[in-house]
Design a protein around this ligand. Structure first.
Ligand SMILES: C[S@@+](CC[C@H](N)C(=O)[O-])C[C@H]1O[C@@H](n2cnc3c(N)ncnc32)[C@H](O)[C@@H]1O
Length: 302
């Protein structure tokens, strides 16, 4: 199935500025032999080509890259392969250990930089964790989890389809498991409050002049309606003291000449075949939000 790109009048070079073709290879091909096979079990990994693109655009060899919610360590592995120094934090011991193992694998397979992954809560960043790195980070590259469940993997049985590897953990403090709204009964902070706190910790870690925060986030549909999660994250980040610089597009589909090659998930195809979805509205990209450490001072007119 292919879809023609609408005529934009833009040249390929102009498109390349804000559209990142990072899914030219399937995700599993991008990770083959570069990551340990156990990494497959993590339900929300960043595409390695996306991490490489962000790190190459926004840092120089030797500079410091941080991922405060590093999962299996994609940011760390790609930074190390590009000769950068990288530090990752991850709340779940299982993923933090896997990130460490993936970093070791990279270091024994030609990576010229170095990286470490620590188990810890991103809310402690610059407080009890990594205080010494405050104001020294050139790039924070991260993708927050949103919602407890992801597509994960499927196993087909004669009478049913089983979903597996679709959760980060069962830890109630994981950002993925926080309520969308706090209420008098929950006594738990909501997702926006905690993510806002993490973003303000990130703001303090960035180099004040050239530090950048790159957030990758997918818009998603709820009962057919598009949820503008990227827009919500931009306002959370601005409240946390960061300045919005640009919103770019990382393609999750292939780009062949002027044609997009969509990659529907098992469940999207399954629902369409069963007629649950009348007309499939595929999300074929991930938003890449670029923020800087400081609000630019506005010149007064007159
Ligand atoms: C979308 S995943 C990031 C995946 C990562 N980019 C990769 O490629 O593996 C988000 C991660 O944030 C972690 N997380 C959730 N709450 C956290 C917190 N408070 N502190 C640190 N990590 C957290 C989750 O366990 C999950 O692994």
């Amino acid at each position: 199935m292919t879809v023609r790109l609408p005529a934009t009048g833009a040249t390929a070079d102009e498109l390349a500025l804000s559209v990142w073709p990072v899914a030219q290879q399937l995700a599993r091909e991008q990770r083959r032999r570069r990551y340990l096979p156990e990494s497959t079990a993590h339900p929300g990994k960043m595409l390695p080509a996306l991490a490489r693109e962000a790190i190459s655009r926004y840092t120089q060899p030797g500079e410091l890259v941080l991922d405060p919610m590093c999962g299996i360590g994609t940011t760390l592995v790609e930074a190390a392969h590009l000769g950068r120094q990288a530090i990752g934090l991850e709340l779940e011991p299982r993923w933090a250990q896997l990130a460490t193992a993936n970093v070791r694998h990279a270091e024994t397979h030609g990576a010229t930089g170095s990286a470490i992954a620590l188990q810890g809560d991103a809310r402690q960043l610059g407080r009890s964790l990594l205080n010494n790195y405050r104001g020294r980070v050139a790039l924070i590259l991260t993708s927050p989890p949103y919602g407890p469940s992801t597509h994960g993997h499927v196993r087909k049985h004669p009478d049913r389809v089983e979903k597996l590897n679709d959760r980060y953990s069962h830890n109630p403090d994981n950002l993925a498991h926080l309520p969308a709204h706090s209420g008098p009964r929950t006594h738990r902070p909501d997702f926006d409050t905690v993510l806002g706190e993490i973003l303000s910790r990130c703001a303090r870690m960035l180099h004040p002049h050239n530090g950048r925060l790159v957030l990758t986030v997918r818009p998603y549909r709820q009962q057919g309606a598009l949820v503008d999660l990227p827009g919500r994250l931009i306002s959370l980040a601005e409240h946390a003291g960061l300045a919005f610089a640009s919103r770019e597009v990382a393609l999750l589909c292939g780009l062949r000449g002027e044609e997009l090659v969509p990659r529907a998930s098992f469940f999207q195809l399954h629902h369409q075949r069963k007629g649950v979805i009348e007309r499939m509205l595929l999300i074929a990209h991930e938003d890449v939000l670029i923020l800087t450490a400081r609000k630019r001072t506005q010149r007064r007119s007159g």
